[in-house]
Design a protein around this ligand. Sequence first.
Ligand SMILES: Cc1cc2nc3c(=O)[nH]c(=O)nc-3n(C[C@H](O)[C@H](O)[C@H](O)COP(=O)(O)O)c2cc1C
Length: 209
Amino acid sequence: MELRDVIARRASVRQFAGDAVPENDLKEMVRLAGLAPSVNNSQPWKFIAITNRDLLGKMADSVRKAIEQCLPICGDENEKQARKQVEWFSTFFENAPAVIVVAQCPYEAIVDSALQHSGMSHNDVNALRGHPDIESIGAAIENMLLAAVDMGYGGCWLSGPLIARQSIEKCIGIGDPWQLAAMVALGKPAQDVAQREKKAIDDIFKLIA
Ligand SMILES: Cc1cc2nc3c(=O)[nH]c(=O)nc-3n(C[C@H](O)[C@H](O)[C@H](O)COP(=O)(O)O)c2cc1C
């Protein structure tokens, strides 16, 4: 498929047909994710593909539990509906044929060696630079989503489950210095998903010539 068509066809898919995603396809999506740009070419990522139903169920249970603790069921109907939605958007991954968990580790930057007398830490500089570590992870995930579309799959990027970060890290064996950064649910779409409405080009583009 032409790259522009792939980009235009990508839309978040949250309902999947039952077909399994073969390991080789998951590997290819991760290979293409790993070609993304990253701060200092640090490639501060690791990708763990999960197809084990029990494990995915356990991860979703830990998300439900964390939501219960953070957003206790009370309040009016609107609040209850919102909570229900948050729960669904954070747990639907348990029904996806595959989930790729993205883990990130701290990167070393050239500037780190110049910080000794500056009073600034690596984290201070990372924040000043607009969190390039997280930006790098985002670039890799977009590559993965586009690769999935090109290969006939669909996917959805998830940050909602991070509410249960520690439990999920424990379930999968992600340990220091690594931490859970995001998850991507993947599979054959249950039905065609049209691209969501996007802002018009003139609303988002400005040229300063
Ligand atoms: C950083 C990030 C986090 C997201 N987290 C979730 C999530 O937890 N659950 C979910 O269902 N969708 C999640 N999404 C998908 C967005 O809801 C989706 O991209 C947006 O509604 C636009 O729709 P589109 O992807 O079809 O263009 C996330 C997207 C991004 C970029």
